[in-house]
Unconditional design. Structure first.
Length: 64
């Protein structure tokens, strides 16, 4: 399994578990750049049709 796929599976799991990850947390957790995290989130949203939104109240991402 590719590193990117493993990272996106972990991001998905964090969101499903209600952890509301944000970009800085994901950057630190996976030791990647902001650009990489944003590309992963965009891939989840656009290519996998994940109902991903940023929730300001939670300070991170969640599914609608």
């Amino acid at each position: 399994m590719s590193v990117r796929l493993e990272r996106m599976i972990a991001i998905d799991a964090a969101i499903r578990n209600g952890l509301s990850p944000n970009v800085p947390k994901l950057m630190k957790q996976f030791e990647v750049s902001e650009r990489t995290v944003r590309a992963d989130l965009e891939f989840l949203r656009e290519r996998l049709n994940a109902p991903l939104v940023y929730d300001r109240a939670r300070g991170g991402y969640r599914y609608t």
